[in-house]
Design a binder for this molecule. Structure first.
Ligand SMILES: Nc1ncnc2c1ncn2[C@@H]1O[C@H](COP(=O)(O)OP(=O)(O)OP(=O)(O)O)[C@@H](O)[C@H]1O
Ligand SMILES: [Mg+2]
Length: 363
């Protein structure tokens, strides 16, 4: 089922939580919503699920207006951020739940429900846990049960809100791979919320980066990584070194920075800001350097360095410790930037301001 969201806004009291969301998800696509805490990811999922209503905008699924449809009629599979299984029900009953509460006319026969639960438990590799209760399961097993419960109704749309949030890194990686497999096998259109970049990029066909109720960028992993659309996305993707530069004929320049590795940009001349990842900055000893090493630390594998320029600018560099040049605290260095995003400063309008016309002329 394809999903179309257009012009969607939502506020809680005076807080604008969604500020005009436009998003198309193709049938069978797996899309990740990525963004910092409070950016509106859960709110967007809840609106799709019919648990919240927007103030304005459209939501249609396979051409049908879902804002006219109650939550129970939407056939959504939902795994919540803080998943809650029914504690007094066995794994089997938890999974079968969505089918047993269907209106009678629509409810499969008991034997069919049991068969569906068995089939899902086998598929999720939890059939040996059928008679256990949630308290007797590990976190990863509970996640699978939660997913089984969501899949039991053969959802038209699957919504997963940080389904692996509470789990440790190794289990997350396993479940990620496994979820990708589930998605490929079921083909359901899936929207997956995470604040883990790696998870988003590894799992999703496309990633939607949200910030403060807006979509900042939609794209594939490499696009978002290499070509952030906004300063927000650049910072969010780890380009934490932010330095003023001057652009001339598409080339950036700044005191003490070697920017010759950067490709020429189709950007207007003038002041701009450069965003780079510490790992894309090389530090080299240079007796004539205008940067000085202010701190130096090793994590074993990596050397992390901060440098300061006479005008107070700061930069961080991170490099493999093996093969790194000999650097000492206080030493003068030169910095070379291997990759960066550049955004021109918002231009002050120097044109004559447009004055409102006197009323009698405007009329
Ligand atoms: N029922 C509510 N009443 C009032 N404010 C709410 C409500 N639900 C969410 N909010 C506010 O809306 C904003 C977005 O919340 P939301 O849960 O959608 O964020 P999120 O992106 O899912 O964050 P997280 O990554 O922490 O889960 C937050 O500022 C939150 O405080
Ligand atoms: Mg959330």
């Amino acid at each position: 089922m394809s999903i179309t969201i257009a012009g969607m806004t939502k506020r809680f009291d005076r807080t604008e939580v969604l500020r005009g969301i436009d998003l198309d998800v193709a049938d069978g696509e797996l899309v990740a919503l990525l963004g910092p805490s409070g950016s509106g990811k859960t709110t967007l999922l809840k609106i799709i699920a019919g648990l919240e209503w927007p103030d304005a905008g459209r939501l249609s699924v396979a051409g049908q207006d879902w804002l006219q449809l109650a939550a129970r009629d939407r056939r959504i599979g939902f795994v919540f951020q803080h998943y809650a299984l029914f504690p007094h029900m066995s794994v089997r009953d938890n999974i079968a739940f969505g089918l047993t509460v269907r209106p009678r006319a629509d409810r499969p026969a008991k034997a069919q429900i049991a068969a569906r639960a068995d089939e899902l438990m086998a598929f999720l590799q939890i059939d040996h846990l059928a008679d256990r209760f949630p308290a007797q399961l590990s976190g990863g097993q509970r996640q699978r049960v939660a997913l089984g419960r969501a899949l039991a109704i053969k959802p038209r749309v699957l919504l997963l809100d940080e389904p692996f949030g509470a789990l440790d890194a190794a289990i997350r990686r396993d479940l990620r791979r496994w979820l990708r497999g589930v998605h490929e096998a079921t083909g359901s259109t899936t929207i997956f919320v995470t604040h883990d970049q790696e998870e988003a990029f590894e799992l999703a066909d496309r990633v939607v980066v949200m910030g403060q109720g807006r979509i900042e960028q939609i794209g594939h992993a490499d696009q978002i990584h290499d070509h952030p659309a906004t300063p927000f996305v650049a910072r969010f993707m780890g380009a934490t070194v932010e330095l003023p530069v001057v652009l001339a004929s598409g080339r950036a320049a700044a005191p003490g920075l070697d920017l010759t590795a950067l490709p020429r940009r189709a950007l207007p001349d003038g002041t701009a800001r450069l965003f780079a990842r510490p790992a894309d900055i090389r530090a080299m000893p240079d007796p004539a350097g205008v940067w000085h090493v202010t701190s130096l630390a090793s994590t074993g594998a990596e050397l992390r360095l901060t440098a300061t320029r006479a005008d107070g600018a700061e930069a961080e560099a991170q490099m493999p410790r093996r093969g790194a040049p000999a650097l000492t605290k206080g030493a003068p260095i030169a910095l070379r930037v291997e990759a960066a995003a550049i955004f021109p400063d918002a231009r002050r309008d120097t044109a004559t301001p447009v004055l409102p016309l006197p009323k009698e002329i405007a009329r």
